[in-house]
Design a protein around this ligand. Structure first.
Ligand SMILES: C[S@@+](CC[C@H](N)C(=O)[O-])C[C@H]1O[C@@H](n2cnc3c(N)ncnc32)[C@H](O)[C@@H]1O
Length: 240
């Protein structure tokens, strides 16, 4: 899939907004940095149980797309101690700088890669677990499909991916308010439901797509949409 020039321009603008927001000195910037660091326990509460829920073991090869400060992948890596350290990708240099500063174990470096979710700089089938949290609200429909195709490419057969994002409430006034709150640092978020994300994942060719049912997220009090999706193991043939 080729990215239209408008998408690339929009992504470059979002990247600038993220750099500014993450490095800012306003209370909102402090709050955002806190949410991406120590506040992850509130912002990503259900992810703390992921090792148990997905029966993850040391064979896990994890990629975290839009990893921010890398808090989720480090927390999971501490639990799993997989043979291969996790890899986090983010387009923000400031986010990756914060992620490097947060590393507390000198013997265990996560891979931190600066890059775009639209064109992942990884070989086909390089990972068996891909996480993508709170990123896709920034993508239009074309880019969301492009991202899902890239996830399909870098997942090995039998691999799983988990995507979660702020979702709609069903109440247009409340949704407009939530979109305003989410626009504090980076503009024009898109709130998609779990069913919409499921449809996109199927369109990208994933045969296994489920509601991930992640909850509760404690803060901010905005519903999340979440999907678990993946590829069948090699040689697997479903029922005819
Ligand atoms: C709201 S933060 C989420 C951080 C973390 N994944 C979480 O769930 O809390 C979104 C992150 O995605 C990154 N991001 C947004 N759009 C991106 C893109 N197109 N390519 C790579 N990174 C992107 C931002 O720089 C930011 O660090």
């Amino acid at each position: 899939m080729t990215n239209a020039p408008t998408s690339r321009t929009a992504e470059a603008a979002r990247q600038v907004e993220y750099e500014r927001w993450l490095a800012g000195v306003s209370p909102a910037s402090f709050g955002f940095r806190w949410f991406m660091g120590p506040g992850q326990w509130f912002a990503n509460t259900p992810l703390m149980r992921l090792k148990t829920n997905l029966k993850l073991d040391e064979s896990t090869r994890m990629l975290d797309l839009g990893c921010g400060r890398g808090t989720v992948m480090r927390m999971l890596d501490d639990q799993i101690r997989s043979d291969t350290p996790p890899v986090g990708l983010d387009f923000s240099r400031e986010a990756l700088r914060l992620a490097r500063g947060d590393e507390s174990n000198p013997a265990r470096h996560a891979g931190l890669v600066q890059g775009s979710a639209a064109a992942l700089p990884f070989r086909d089938g390089a990972f068996n677990l891909v996480l993508c949290g709170h990123l896709v609200k920034h993508l239009d429909d074309v880019d969301l499909l492009g991202l899902l195709l890239e996830i399909r490419r870098v997942l090995e057969p039998g691999g799983l991916a988990l995507m979660w994002e702020f979702g709609p409430t069903g109440n247009p006034r409340l949704d407009a308010w939530n979109a305003r709150v989410l626009s504090t640092g980076v503009r024009h978020p898109r709130l998609r439901s779990t069913d919409t994300l499921k449809r996109f994942a199927r369109d990208a060719g994933f045969p296994f797509v489920r509601d991930a049912n992640l909850r509760p997220f404690l803060l901010p009090p905005i519903p999340r949409a979440s999907i678990l999706f993946g590829l069948p193991p090699e040689g697997f043939h479903g029922p005819d």
